[in-house]
Design a protein around this ligand. Structure first.
Ligand code: MN
Length: 339
């Protein structure tokens, strides 16, 4: 297993990755726990491209996808891993891990990955990485992992079918916040244009990604925003959500992440944090930044990870204490880094 190179997306790396991938009879395609549009886009997209070459693969998740996730990428063909003894592990002879390179985000299969030396390829655009592999395709400047998958597919000359185009587009659109976030590059727009020519319906996709929330989420947003706290001359926004609030709004803590973006609409706000009480003394945090505060670093100081402007972590402390810890860490970082 090689050491993890900083940025790897040269043609010859794509060629080695292709050679390795097609040497396998049935690769297992994996991404992180709580998969987002990019994670699902990667595994569904690669599976679709392999299928159009008559190649078998298993695209797997760790929990039954939610209704929203199903609507995202048409994920009906996903395999849900039943546990450490899932027979699928005996069927696969290679692994492709996409949109993560961190053991902590692969807990349901971490033991298997660690103990059974099945050859693997990792394709990722995050800065956090501790997962060894035979080949890493890493580019922290890539807008989405599906964009990297697109590059790989183009370099390998694979046919990008309707379903693959749709999946790749959805990863790109969701990771860039529909081409608004700072990770939106000229390449992202060019690839989006190519995918549109391959049949992606922009209006239908936009409606399906953004306008499908249950009413409970709107109620939850109202509740979370009513508890908005602004600190340090209104530059730090914190939304603290108690266990009772998620219960009252009838949402799961997992559903709540998107609300962290709202405070960034305020001119003075530079960092936004959503802190959700998960019970048992655990607080789940999501961070967004539009200044120079690096929230990936902030999240990493709590054992989490992500991108410079969007990251998350789990803090082993109750809500009130977690809030103070977050405030202190943001202030510490800004001490040397004026956002
Ligand atoms: Mn991603």
């Amino acid at each position: 297993m090689d050491t993890i190179a900083e940025t790897v997306h040269r043609e010859e790396d794509h060629a080695s990755a292709t050679k390795l991938l097609i040497s396998w009879k049935c690769p297992l395609l994996l991404s992180h726990v709580h998969p987002d549009g990019d994670a699902l886009g990667c595994i569904v997209g690669l599976k679709a491209m392999l299928a159009s070459q008559g190649r078998e693969s298993v695209a797997a998740v760790y929990e039954t996808p939610s209704q929203h996730q199903c609507s995202l990428t048409g994920v009906d063909a996903l395999h849900v891993i039943s546990g450490p003894d899932d027979p699928v592990f005996d069927r696969v002879d290679g692994v492709v891990v996409m949109d993560t390179c961190a053991f902590a985000q692969l807990t349901p299969v971490a033991d298997w990955l660690d103990k059974r030396h099945v050859p693997r390829i990792v394709l990722d655009h995050h800065t956090t990485r501790d997962l060894p592999a035979d080949l890493h395709l890493i580019d922290t400047t890539a807008s989405s992992a599906t964009l990297m998958l697109y590059r790989w597919a183009k370099s390998a000359g694979w046919d990008i079918s309707g379903q693959a185009a749709k999946a790749i587009f959805e990863g790109l659109a969701t990771d860039t916040g529909w081409f608004r976030f700072s990770n939106t590059t000229a390449e992202a727009l060019r690839v989006a244009a190519d995918l549109t020519e391959l049949g992606v319906d922009l209006d239908e996709t936009n409606q399906r990604i953004y306008n499908q929330d249950p009413a409970s989420l709107l109620r939850f947003s109202a509740m979370a925003l009513s508890g908005l706290e602004l600190h340090d001359d209104d530059s730090i926004a914190l939304l603290c959500v108690t266990e009772q609030m998620t219960k009252d709004a009838n949402v799961t803590p997992d559903d709540t992440g998107y609300v962290v973006n709202h405070p960034l609409s305020v001119a003075s706000v530079r960092v936004s944090g959503l802190l959700v009480d998960w019970g048992n003394g655990v607080t789940k945090c999501s961070f967004r930044s539009k200044g120079r505060v690096d929230v990936a670093k902030l999240a990493a100081s709590f054992g989490g990870g992500g991108h410079v402007r969007a990251a998350g972590a789990r803090i082993e402390a109750p809500l009130e204490k977690a809030k103070l810890m977050v405030l202190e860490h943001i202030r510490e970082q800004r001490g040397t880094n004026h956002a």
